[in-house]
Ligand binder design. Sequence first.
Ligand code: BGC
Length: 343
Amino acid sequence: MITKKPFGTTEKGEQVDLFTLENSKKTAVDIITYGATVNSIYVADKNGEFADILCGFDTIEGHEKYSNYQGMTVGRYANRIAEGKFELEGTVYQTVKNEKGVTGLHGGGELSHAVWKALIVDDNCLEMTYFSPDGSMGFPGNVDFTVTFTLHEDDSLEIKYNAVSDKTTVINMTNHAYFNLAGKGDILGHELKINADCFIPTDELSIPTGEIRPVEGTAFDFRQSKPIGRDIGADDIQLKQCRGYDHNFCLNEGDGPAAVARDPESGRTMEVYTDLPGVQLYCGNFLDGTRPGKKGVPLIKHCGFCLETQYYPNTPNMPEFPQCTVKAGEKFESVTVFKFFVS
Ligand code: BGC
């Protein structure tokens, strides 16, 4: 079942709607047209108690004023591009440098801060579309973006990304949900497993150094499930410069989940599946409690963790990484699934 209601009006006066997808088990997902944002996910714990397991905002003002991309669809290029610059088919493109005036982050926030058009496809599927004109944030090509959200009866939320450009361009889309499977407190006690033998070390600007480093023997080894907080304070320059995990993991190939997260107290468990080569683990390291979230509760450091499925950062400048170039007229397609259950 999908229902629709008004969510609010942006500062510019655009109307924002909220759609609720609910299945027969009462698992529900709220999605708003601002940023094609997954605003809330309600799932049961081991006692059948429901909680909203996403950190974020319950007003449009919250999203506009305080957002660090909570729940948003991010693009055109999720994560960072060094100096916002890259070359494609012989042309150099200078895109937005919205982070410290030096690096390009999350495509300048274009997709995440725009109002998308919504279409109810059927009783469990919602489609959102957004058109980005050629040159927007400095990126080439008129691009039609489509994101489709489907809530299945097995409590999985499937997100399909789709984009078509009329010029060769780069596309790296993700969802930036901050999960907290307890629905409160911080996530340091959550257990996390990531199916990755290697991760991408970064420099002080969070740009990949070029190394693909084995996780073996480091704080980044999540191949066996462990509490997120166990090694987050390890004496490792990679963790120190980001105040914790804010790194891309190179996913191993295979059919199993890319990641599994579990809150031991509530038993709520989430599996993540993706066809993308990487996942950025970010643990809200830069949140400091000064911004009010839902119900005015401050968004504290480590209040949520993000598993942003994506291409590795700065891909257009790193020819050795899997590439996300999309040729004119070709379709960019990708799918990520978040599956919820109790264990
Ligand atoms: C980045 C973080 C950043 C956060 C919010 C994450 O994807 O890796 O460094 O603080 O997004 O912008």
